[in-house]
Design a protein around this ligand. Structure first.
Ligand SMILES: C[S@@+](CC[C@H](N)C(=O)[O-])C[C@H]1O[C@@H](n2cnc3c(N)ncnc32)[C@H](O)[C@@H]1O
Length: 426
């Protein structure tokens, strides 16, 4: 049983969320209780004022320390061993592990801020400061509800089936596997055969594997903490699925060393897409700021995705479906980050001699072992501008043919590099 006490300026915000489903049942079964304390009851003046202007000026109002500390001290004197938590965007970010810890407490007091926040001195009177995520809410009430909800689910007996809280996302440090229900086929999409097999061991294995792969693809940061068996780590590193490629048409050098925007070469797009597909690259970005060239790229993709080409050559369609168009490298980085939940490490390439190069073998190891995404940068024209190379986390060693001729096309270079980074070991 956990008793929640919420100190708030707006107690009226709480009854509705508490009156449905699991939170309602948990109260009915006596597994939680929620008491709402109106902070204004602790104001001592006639108008029950709880805020004031900020010292030093600035916008908005700040919550005064006296009513808050009076409420806190009252809770400390009335409750047995309460844990007092201030909800604030500056607190420790709330996660499942913290919810587990709080579910062991008997008395939790959640203090909600409003306006521009709370007088700094109030911090000295609480036990913990919790944020529910890196964004600013208008008040701590919704944050308190989130904490109440997440903690309540973990109190033994609250969820009918105990396993369901043990298997869901984050409970074992991983995201949950995909779930399906009837119908067996929906709009041409079938539920995985294994789930209909009735073979519990196969289902368990499939779910664990999906859970691992989904976590690797979407939240690789979680894997660092997760407890994994050695064969599971191996499974995750099998395919270099977090490798991306970007073909930059700007900023690159021309023959005279000037920064230019180069034109699109259809053959580059086709061939690099095919290499990308062959070596398990997750996305191939064509980067150009020029509108007309963007249109041309889209036309090529559409021809193979939906037009005549898609019927004429299925495998080409498959490769070209990896092509993504962006106007700048920054937008590519943002796109990869959105997909993987982590910024990609940039691997620049250059045919010219440079110091401190990343060897192919080291790059291969990193891509295999590191859960972070990698973005391989390829230049057109006479190569990537210095600004891009400086922005890169690594610069890959140059491909050497052992002669004095060093003019590989970017599509040939891409194929060679991908084979060295992601191809089958010789
Ligand atoms: C508008 S916010 C104050 C933000 C404050 N000026 C700052 O930048 O840190 C008002 C109140 O909402 C609550 N709040 C806002 N974002 C929150 C978050 N991410 N987690 C927990 N509480 C939050 C806090 O109680 C805070 O005192």
């Amino acid at each position: 049983m956990v008793n929640f006490t919420v100190v708030t300026l707006f107690p009226g915000m709480f009854p509705s969320p508490l009156d449905y489903s699991i939170l309602k049942k948990a109260q009915e079964k006596g597994m939680i209780s929620v008491r709402l304390i109106d902070l204004r009851d602790y104001a001592t003046d006639r108008h029950r004022v709880t805020d004031d202007y900020p010292y030093g000026g600035g916008q908005g109002m700040v919550m005064k320390p006296e009513p808050l500390v009076a409420a806190i001290e009252d809770m400390r004197s009335k409750l047995v061993n309460p844990r007092l938590i201030l909800l604030t965007p500056r607190g420790k970010v709330f996660d499942q592990a913290e919810a587990q810890r709080l579910a062991q407490e008997k008395e939790l007091v959640l203090i909600c801020g409003r306006y521009e926040g709370i007088d700094e001195r109030v911090r000295n009177f609480v036990d913990d400061e919790i944020s529910i995520g890196d964004y600013t809410l208008s008040g701590g009430e919704l944050a308190a509800m989130v904490v109440i909800d997440a903690v309540t689910r973990l109190i033994p007996g609250v969820l009918g089936n105990l396993r369901s809280s043990q298997e869901e996302s984050f409970s074992n440090g991983l995201l949950e596997y995909p779930q399906y229900t009837r119908p067996e086929e929906f709009r041409g999409m079938k539920a995985p055969e294994v789930l209909l097999s009735g073979d519990h061991e196969r289902i368990r294995k499939w779910r664990r594997e999906m859970s691992l792969k989904i976590t690797r693809d979407r939240r690789p940061d979680l894997l660092k903490q997760a407890r994994l068996a050695p064969q599971e780590r191996r499974l995750l590193s099998e395919s270099p699925k977090r490798l991306y490629v970007a073909l930059l048409h700007y900023p690159v050098y021309d023959k005279k060393g000037q920064i230019v925007t180069t034109s699109i070469t259809t053959m580059d797009i086709h061939d690099i897409a095919r290499s990308a597909r062959t070596y398990g690259v997750r996305g191939f970005y064509v980067v150009t700021p020029v509108r007309a060239l963007q249109k041309l790229t889209l036309k090529i993709i559409a021809h193979w995705e939906k037009g005549y080409g898609s019927r004429y050559n299925e495998t080409r369609k498959e490769a070209l479906s990896l092509v993504r168009l962006k106007d700048t490298l920054d937008n590519v980085i943002m796109d990869v980050e959105k997909e993987c939940g982590a910024k990609p490490q940039l691997i620049g390439t250059s045919a010219r001699g440079r110091e401190r190069r990343l060897s192919f073998s080291r790059a291969r190891e990193m891509i295999k072992e590191d859960f972070a995404p990698f973005l391989l940068l390829l230049g057109t024209g006479w190569g990537l501008a210095e600004t891009v190379l400086n922005q890169s986390d690594y610069i890959l060693e140059a491909i050497e043919g052992g002669t004095d001729y060093n003019h590989l096309s970017v599509r040939s270079a891409a194929a060679i590099i991908l084979d060295r980074l992601a191809g089958k070991e010789l």
